[in-house]
Design a protein. Structure first.
Length: 463
């Protein structure tokens, strides 16, 4: 069997989009990608509203809640690669990914109902821990096979980017709706955390069932590829994948991207309220960014058609770095400048995430050529770790740093501390985005290289 090393790919050539006639229909892609809406809608409330409600309404200590959430996240990290491996190996009349997504939908719905509509008589540490176990397992059983299936719908170099664009656009819409609903509720019932949690839970449950039906019925799953070598155990398989140099570069770049985004998200309210002295815009700026973020996916898809994934990801990351550097020239009260930079941030939002996620499927194809195994699900499960590690690094570094530099949101901070807050808010994401771009600066797998991989796979399948 021919083997392709990471340095064997040709020099990048002019990028061309796949023929329109060979692309999956837009309506089918919308139906498939709609599964991203309830998943995206659950993430933000889980961090913003659940700890507050369980502490204030049910009397649980913040330390206990934090420890339970930490255990839940550790379980999430462990379950991701297990589900990835098992979904790759599943053989059924319904396909490889569909049974996992359907089963995950049941667990995710059950976990959401118990988490967002908790019975007061049962709430306690054991209840919250058990519910989070079910919730995170269901989330993983949907998310990992969903991402892997997206990489298999259209194996064309640009076709993958198009499928992922639909995923991330629907995800942005889900996040936007979850931000809007509590904001509107605050105008009617300010401070009602329990009702806010129930509204968000109702949104998740109301969108989950139709999204699952639309997603599961949108496409036929492609037949599983023939395995050319004997299988190895799950842990050995995971070790093999974590030694894949192409995947590790994409993963590291995405960790840097999400870390930069998390620094911005974690500090934007403090920056608006304490430095800019615009408390009325604290939530509005973040919401404005997501409104324009919905438009970002199609824009960067078109750029990706012309430049290819690597160049587009680099362009997007450097653009975001420049926007964040621009914050150094914003001073208290400059609302117009802040709005302009926020809109620009929204329009570049997700550019790197989009291209990097689309690159994972291409990297999985290279791995299949080199090893004889299709491990697309496992590759996407490993890639999903960046969504957990990046925010942990971003928030874990930014918040202690601004505190060490003297910023205190509960008291009047000295001008030097406010300047330090500004520099961390501006330079932290900017540096992270520059690092993300540098990690894939010489990434060798372009459209021409992937075309060679696709030809090799076609030859293998025919023999």
């Amino acid at each position: 069997m021919a083997t392709l090393a990471f340095h064997d790919f040709p020099v990048p050539t002019a990028q061309r989009a796949a023929p329109v006639s060979s692309r999956p229909a837009a309506l089918r892609l919308i139906g498939f990608a709609s599964m991203a809406v309830p998943i995206a809608g659950a993430g933000l409330p889980l961090a913003l509203f659940v700890p507050q409600l369980y502490a204030t309404h049910f009397g649980m200590s913040l330390a206990t809640i934090g420890f339970i959430f930490l255990l839940g996240r550790l379980w999430d990290v462990i379950s991701d690669p297990i589900v990835g491996v098992l979904s790759d190996r599943t053989r059924s009349r319904f396909g490889r990914r569909r049974p996992w997504i359907a089963g995950g939908g049941v667990l995710f719905g059950l976990g959401s109902a118990l988490l967002f509509f908790p019975p007061a008589a049962l709430v306690g540490p054991v209840y919250l821990g058990a519910v989070l176990f079910v919730f995170y397992l269901g989330w993983t059983m949907i998310g990992v096979p969903f991402s892997a299936w997206a990489g298999e719908i259209d194996r064309d170099y640009h076709g993958r980017t198009r499928v992922v664009t639909y995923q991330l656009t629907l995800q942005s819409i889900g996040l936007l709706l979850v931000l809007v609903l509590p904001t509107l509720l605050d105008q009617v019932r300010p401070g009602d955390a329990a009702l806010k949690l129930q509204v968000v839970g109702g949104f998740i449950l109301a969108t989950l069932v139709p999204a699952l039906f639309a997603g599961l019925l949108a496409f036929r799953e492609p037949p599983p590829p023939v395995t050319l070598k004997a299988r190895v155990g799950i842990w050995r398989t995971t070790k093999i994948v974590f030694s894949d140099r192409l995947l590790l570069r994409v993963l590291a770049s995405d960790v840097a991207v999400t870390a930069g985004q998390s620094i911005r998200a974690g500090l934007i309210v403090f920056f608006a309220v304490n430095y800019m002295r615009l408390p009325a815009w604290a939530s509005g700026l973040y919401l404005l960014q997501f409104v324009f973020g919905v438009l970002a996916g199609p824009i960067w898809l078109r750029i990706g058609y012309r430049l290819g994934k690597r160049r587009t990801a680099i362009a997007g990351e450097l653009t975001q770095a420049a926007i964040n550097f621009g914050l150094l020239f914003v001073f208290p009260g400059m609302l117009a400048a802040m709005i302009a930079l926020t809109i620009a941030q929204g329009l570049t939002q997700g550019s790197g995430n989009l291209m990097l996620r689309a690159m994972v499927g291409d990297v999985a194809d290279v791995h299949r050529v080199e090893t004889g195994h299709d491990r697309t699900g496992l590759f996407f499960s490993v890639f999903s770790l960046s969504m957990k590690l990046g925010p942990a690094l971003g928030i874990g570094l930014a918040l202690p740093l601004v505190a060490w530099l003297g910023f205190n949101p509960k008291a009047a901070s000295q001008p030097e501390a406010l300047e330090a807050l500004k520099y961390v808010f501006a330079l932290g994401p900017a540096i992270a985005h520059v690092i993300a771009a540098s990690l894939i600066w010489r990434f060798p797998l372009d459209e021409a290289g992937h075309a060679e991989v696709a030809r090799t796979l076609a030859t293998q399948s025919a023999t």
